[in-house]
Design a protein around this ligand. Structure first.
Ligand code: ZN
Length: 188
């Protein structure tokens, strides 16, 4: 297994719709193992294949809820149903989101409270998870990556401006930057 370089915003792979997974062979198994290792090293609660330069529709997640239940898995060729997004301003304290492709930055964003994720695992076994709260947020965030959408693309105007500024200040938004957890001195 290996920790993979995580692409930083501006890399075209992050801004392109990823293709369906069609080959469930050993190459995919290796990719998933490496994605788990990369997510844990970062550390992060989710990681989508485009973030490691692979334009395919899969993501991994690893999150423990308030009741100490661990939600960990891989979603391949997922579908996502979400409840309507609440209106009003996002709360800075409880609704600030981050992304390993925009490391160290956080901005508030409203998300649907409820999400139903359907997909298959490495063995092509279908599964369904009904998620609330932060897990629902993780699924929405990771699913967006598969459509080439970053959370900063969804921010309200004032936060979008702040995010643009932060991205420029860091010298990101160019095509070829990445960082490797445990190697580069960057904190997610
Ligand atoms: Zn992300």
């Amino acid at each position: 297994m290996a920790v993979l370089p995580i692409r930083i915003t501006g890399n075209p792979v992050l801004h392109t719709r990823a293709a369906e997974v069609t080959d469930f062979g050993t190459e995919l198994a290796t990719l998933v193992a490496d994605m788990y290792e990369t997510m844990e090293a970062a550390p992060g609660v989710g990681l989508a294949a485009p973030q490691v330069g692979v334009s395919r529709r899969l993501f991994v997640f690893n999150w423990t809820d308030d009741e100490e239940r661990l939600w960990r898995g891989v979603a391949i060729n997922p579908e996502l149903w979400v409840s309507p997004t609440p209106t009003g301003e996002a709360d800075e304290q409880s609704e600030s989101e981050g992304c390993l492709s925009i490391p160290g930055e956080r901005f508030p964003l409203r998300r649907a409270e409820l999400a139903i994720l359907r997909g298959v695992d490495l063995h092509q076994t279908p599964f369904e998870i009904t998620a609330e709260g932060w897990l629902a947020r993780i699924f929405q965030h990771e699913f967006d990556h598969l459509d080439g959408v970053l959370y900063v693309d969804r921010l309200e105007h004032k936060h979008a401006r702040a995010a643009d500024k932060a991205i420029r200040k860091n010298g990101w938004g160019v095509p070829d930057l990445s960082w490797t957890p445990g190697v580069d001195d960057l904190e997610a």
